[in-house]
Design a protein around this ligand. Sequence first.
Ligand SMILES: C[S@@+](CC[C@H](N)C(=O)[O-])C[C@H]1O[C@@H](n2cnc3c(N)ncnc32)[C@H](O)[C@@H]1O
Length: 227
Amino acid sequence: MDYAEAVAKAPPGWRHFSVHDVARLPSAIRIHELARVPSGEPDDSVVRALFWTLVYHLEPEKWDELTRYEPIHPELIDALPDRVAMAIDVGAGSGRLTQHLVQRSRRTLAVEPAAGLRAMLKRRLPDVEAVAGWAENLPVGDGSSDLTAASGAFGPDPIVLAEMRRVTRPGGVIALINPEQPEWFEASGWSRLTVPPLPLPDHPRWLDEFFGPLDPPRELLMQTVDG
Ligand SMILES: C[S@@+](CC[C@H](N)C(=O)[O-])C[C@H]1O[C@@H](n2cnc3c(N)ncnc32)[C@H](O)[C@@H]1O
């Protein structure tokens, strides 16, 4: 999501944060995120644009609770490749997708820059290797993955997509659940599966007040990497 869109689409909970919270982000994260902020922007716009980053790094338990009430639609999970040797979850968060990859692969690697989310994932899924890293520079060798997956994390960023292709073996699959701009992927030849929404679970009201209406992932875009 570009800066202007992130400002415009910030959920209501952005008011919970201030520029002082931006200053509390780990420095590598702050530098990475502020790189996309034009100079001279008002404080409120910066906070709005960084809303999700502030949640992931400063209040990871809030994101984790949201994911409990926004599970990935089971039909999307069923459509993923099964019984693979190695799967990578890019931007794994606290493990909403990783927990399913573990069932489908002998080895699972979770790449996640937010330390708090990584710690939750590691506690829940001790067999998963959880490492710090960026999608733009995955800490993995060429062609090592059979299934390179991400949920809710990326759009058609050429650097990220090139990295995903680099780490996926020929014949392996890249699977993106609820990427930004799904129509771009479809127009570029990716297969697209969209399933009808399931009834929303009963959930605490603060989730709507903070994050806006629940919208569990129900779209899968997949591409097989050329040999
Ligand atoms: C929408 S959350 C999705 C988390 C998890 N995949 C899930 O479905 O619950 C996006 C995640 O991507 C991570 N992230 C953001 N930018 C990233 C980047 N450039 N490289 C890797 N991970 C990133 C965030 O820290 C966050 O955990």
